[in-house]
Design a protein. Structure first.
Length: 486
């Protein structure tokens, strides 16, 4: 009888406990050490591990210290717009508990924290007089982070537009908002850049413009006709460019600026030359209204043809502002878009997911670890970007605390391990990814989904505001400590 079969038969008869007691131990050096300390799974020295949140999703304290209303206050308080009528009025009460939350980060071992600044705290009306008490919260937060050895990475716009700007001219539909954004960005850079060395202008054009102004499921809840919508897209990227210029004009030397964009991540269906080239072509075309115009300073011919008489109106000067050079690019990556080569004029087709395609708790969050390889790889290849951060990656899970109070989110650990393996592959291939921000530090207000979809490494009991680390927090702590896929 084969030796291995005899072991299995023995284990069936005797049970695993008896097996482990009876069988000779395999030498640790043969099996365990290579798996644990495998240099092939390590990240480059100095790789920056971080976590991320956003103001309206965690802060609460919406009426404190002179904060003005944002479009998300208005939208979430409108009946029927969020699951269970949830709002960010309290959220994680991070505004008052930020010191405790910095300790959560410290326990994880993260060296960087990506947070966002609420525009209506700093300029309650969007423009005009600043509110120093609003900015003070971020002064306190930044000081607390630095005192704990954590680098602050600040996002200037994570969707909480001052309501006054929406009321006056339709928010991002109006060029006034782009200009007000530039002004606000310059003001913040002037006051924080002595300590904040990395700024992101906007978070996810591909979400706030599309979902807010065309699909209507995010604030301000509009479904604009195509011409007005494409003009809104244009004003959003223009706002980004004005902010880049204002930060450069007002910040201390050495301050770096970029953006955090949820690009469509085009992944070749098969890793061969034809499909890899198709995914590169698709990356430019499928991101034409945002990342491509920012990188190339022009809208692609196909985008202008596709939009026809509804194309945005713009000047050459606008394009120059929009494509102001950046120091780094942040990419938020959750899901892949599978792409194949074909004979169409553009030479690619996006392949729809079959009905059986797996997803995490949020139905949009389809699984494809390869996105974390091809996303940064294509950005580096196509636009010669030298410094890339993964500014968001993570997933929702139907987290339920076990009897011992811990959430054993094995599905999130599975998701993260597989995605990080592909990110490690990218760094090993020389793709210049410098850091990774896991979304999210803790469960929080998940926009229209309210508090139903949890993305945190820490479970938040919203009745008590107690934070409890999940299994995934232990996993991430180990990844960081060993700088390898654990
Ligand atoms: C991002 N989609 O949003 C945001 O930057 C975060 O604020 C958010 O909490 C996180 O991802 C998780 O959702 C997205 O429908 C929202 O494809 C929706 C989509 C993608 C990203």
């Amino acid at each position: 009888m084969d030796h291995d079969i005899s072991r299995r038969t023995f284990s069936q008869l005797a049970g695993l406990g008896a097996l482990s007691a009876a069988m000779p131990r395999v030498a640790a050096t043969e099996l365990e050490d290579p798996a644990i300390a495998s240099p092939g799974r390590s990240f480059p020295k100095g790789f920056l591990w971080g976590s991320a949140t956003a103001s309206y999703q965690v802060e609460g304290a919406v009426n404190e210290d002179g904060r003005g209303p944002s479009i998300w206050d208005t939208f979430s308080h409108t009946p029927g717009k969020t699951v269970d009528g949830a709002t960010g009025d309290v959220a994680d009460d991070h505004y008052h508990r930020y010191k405790q939350d910095v300790q959560l980060m410290k326990a994880l071992g993260v060296k960087a924290y990506r947070f966002s600044i609420a525009w209506p705290r700093v300029f309650p009306q969007g423009s005009g007089s600043p509110n120093p008490k609003g900015l003070d919260f971020y002064n306190r937060l930044v000081d607390e982070l630095l005192a704990n050895g954590i680098q602050p990475f600040a996002t200037l716009y994570h969707w909480d537009l001052p309501q006054a700007l929406q009321d006056d001219g339709g928010g991002w539909e109006s060029r006034n908002t782009s200009e007000a954004f530039g002004h606000y960005a310059g003001y913040v850079a002037q006051h924080l850049s002595d300590r904040v060395k990395h700024f992101f202008t906007t978070n996810e054009f591909g979400a706030f413009v599309e979902l807010g102004y065309a699909i209507g499921i995010h604030a301000p809840g509009l479904k604009l006709p195509p011409g007005r919508f494409n003009q809104t897209r244009h004003h959003a990227v223009l706002g980004h460019g004005l902010a880049v210029q204002a930060i450069r004009a007002n910040a201390r030397p050495g301050t770096k600026v970029g953006l955090a964009e949820n690009m469509t991540i085009c992944v070749p269906v098969i890793e061969n030359d034809a499909h890899i080239r198709a995914a590169e072509r698709a990356t430019r075309e499928m991101n034409a209204p945002y990342m491509t115009v920012i990188q190339e300073g022009r809208y692609t011919d196909a985008y202008l043809e596709r939009t026809g008489t509804d194309a945005p109106k713009f000047t050459a000067a606008d394009l120059k502002v929009i494509s102001s050079p950046l120091d780094f690019v942040g990419i938020n990556i959750y899901t892949p878009t599978w792409v194949r080569a074909d004979d169409s004029p553009l030479g690619f087709t996006a392949v729809p997911n079959p009905g059986s395609y797996p997803h995490m708790a949020s139905s949009w969050l389809t699984i494809g670890p390869e996105a974390l390889y091809w996303g940064p790889r294509n950005v580096a290849k196509i636009w010669k970007v030298q410094e890339i951060y993964i500014t968001e990656n993570g997933c929702s899970s139907s987290d339920v605390p076990a009897a011992d109070g811990i959430v054993y989110d094995t599905d999130r650990v599975m998701y993260l391990r597989n995605y990080l393996s592909q990110l490690q592959r990218a760094t090993a291939d020389g793709v210049p990814v410098k850091g990774y921000f896991l979304w999210s530090l803790m469960d929080n207000f998940e926009w229209a989904d309210g508090y139903t979809n949890r993305f945190g490494l820490h479970y938040v009991d919203y009745a008590t505001q107690k934070r409890t680390p999940k299994l995934s927090a232990s996993f991430y702590r180990e990844v960081i400590a060993r700088n390898t896929v654990a």
